[in-house]
Design a protein around this ligand. Structure first.
Ligand code: THU
Length: 126
């Protein structure tokens, strides 16, 4: 699975985004260590705080299916350019995957990569 392929799976997942309030669609594709991919999209709610981000949708789907070993997550959005994961999603990533590679797409359409620990050092843990 190349980073480009993972981004394309995230593109497809973004088609299911439910974002009638922000109109900002997000898709995510989470690559597990055994090669399984879980997808996610943002799911908004009239009670805005009940909204779930694409990244957490993918991670929660995976964990609920018994997967906890993750290698990479690709994130795309309708906004174009790199879409960084929000703070809550970073905290959730830290719980399960502090070694996660975060794959984004820049304005030129090229994959870019960040290590989780570089963008979320010293995340909260018990
Ligand atoms: N959103 C995500 O899906 N992931 C993020 O990391 C940041 C924000 C969604 C939430 C909301 O539906 C929309 O983007 C605008 O904030």
């Amino acid at each position: 699975m190349t980073d480009k392929e993972l981004l394309e799976i995230a593109d497809k997942a973004m088609e299911n985004a439910y974002a009638p309030y922000s109109k900002f669609k997000v898709g995510a594709a989470l690559l597990c260590s055994d090669g399984t991919v879980f997808t996610g999209c943002n799911i908004e709610n009239a009670s805005f705080g009940a909204t779930n981000c694409a990244e957490r949708t993918a991670i929660f789907k995976a964990v609920s299916e018994g997967y906890r070993d993750f290698e990479a997550i690709a994130i795309v959005s309708s906004g174009g350019g790199e879409t960084y994961p929000c703070g809550i999603c970073r905290q959730v990533m830290g719980e399960f995957a502090p070694k996660l590679r975060i794959i984004l797409r820049n304005e030129n359409g090229e994959p870019t990569e960040y290590n989780f620990m570089d963008i979320m050092p010293k995340f909260f843990s018990l």
